[in-house]
Design a protein around this ligand. Structure first.
Ligand code: HEC
Ligand code: HEC
Length: 220
């Protein structure tokens, strides 16, 4: 076989192998342009949790929720048009989920050196997200959380795989989701974890949410 066609063959093999699992982060960033209108440029959400934070969320969880919105198994009127089949293909979902999962928001105020220009300072502040302390008994909430929630959502509330990160998320948003679960409007888990939430009273839920705002650790 001539050397040239051998290298073409090799190149084809390499190309064929590499992109299969790869996600296109540039494409993900572009798609995020349409999401930013509500969720913010860095996926930090807004309006006190009317729009949830999606930056740094578990990638598999983001993917699964986008598919749920698309198929309307999770009802979200504002987002539906953005996720319909034509708008958001499976590949787009992978790209935008990977892009968003990769955005690290800090929960420490930035330390300016004094040499930054106004735009840089603005961009630094825009990547900070601190959830205000919510009212409740943190000790009580911590004990409940570690016993009943940590197995899936992680000891530090960061989530894992299909289990969402809860820490660093707006308290209002989390409370709204708990209420949706309790009403049966959103399935918490196939195994019927809703039952688990149903066994907690309002004070216990409040304490767990307060605890989550107390365990935000600096990411750097
Ligand atoms: C018109 C406003 C709007 C736009 C545009 C929008 N979203 Fe949303 N999104 C929402 C609202 C509101 C919720 C919360 C729904 C609820 O409370 O259940 C949400 C929820 C989500 C969630 C679930 C978060 C969680 O923790 O479960 C994800 C993921 C998400 N959006 C991703 C996206 C992506 C990706 C895009 C762009 C392709 C996008 N959204 C565009 C309004 C919007
Ligand atoms: C057996 C595993 C499991 C346990 C235990 C569990 N969860 Fe969950 N939780 C899930 C899964 C899975 C989801 C995502 C459900 C979906 O796909 O919509 C979720 C989602 C949530 C959400 C919504 C997050 C978002 O971004 O929209 C909240 C709030 C929540 N759980 C609170 C709790 C609390 C509080 C506890 C403890 C009392 C708890 N969970 C225990 C599996 C679990």
């Amino acid at each position: 076989m001539p050397l040239r066609s051998l290298s073409v063959l090799l190149l084809a093999l390499l190309l064929g192998m590499a992109p299969a699992a790869a996600v296109d982060l540039q494409q993900g960033k572009e798609i995020n342009g349409t999401c930013a209108a509500c969720h913010g440029d860095n996926g930090q959400g807004g309006k006190k949790g009317e729009y949830p934070r999606i930056a740094g969320q578990q990638v598999r969880y983001i993917e699964s929720q986008l598919k749920n919105f698309r198929s309307r198994t999770r009802i979200n009127i504002p987002m539906f048009p953005y996720t319909q089949e034509r708008e958001l293909s499976d590949e787009d979902i992978k790209d935008v989920a990977a892009y968003l999962a990769g955005i690290a928001l800090s929960n420490k105020m930035p330390t300016y050196t004094g040499t930054e220009d106004a735009l840089t300072m603005l961009q630094m502040a825009d990547k900070v997200m601190i959830i205000p302390r919510a009212e409740g008994d943190i000790e009580q909430g911590g004990a409940l959380y570690q016993k009943q929630c940590a197995a899936c959502h992680g000891k530090a509330g960061k989530g894992r795989g299909m289990f969402p990160m809860l820490v660093g998320q707006y308290t209002n948003y989390l409370k709204r989701q708990v209420d949706l679960y309790l009403k049966g409007d959103r399935p918490h888990d196939e195994e019927g974890v809703t039952g688990l939430l149903n066994k907690l009273d309002e004070t216990q839920i409040r304490d767990i949410l307060a605890y989550l705002t107390a365990i935000q650790e600096p990411t750097e």
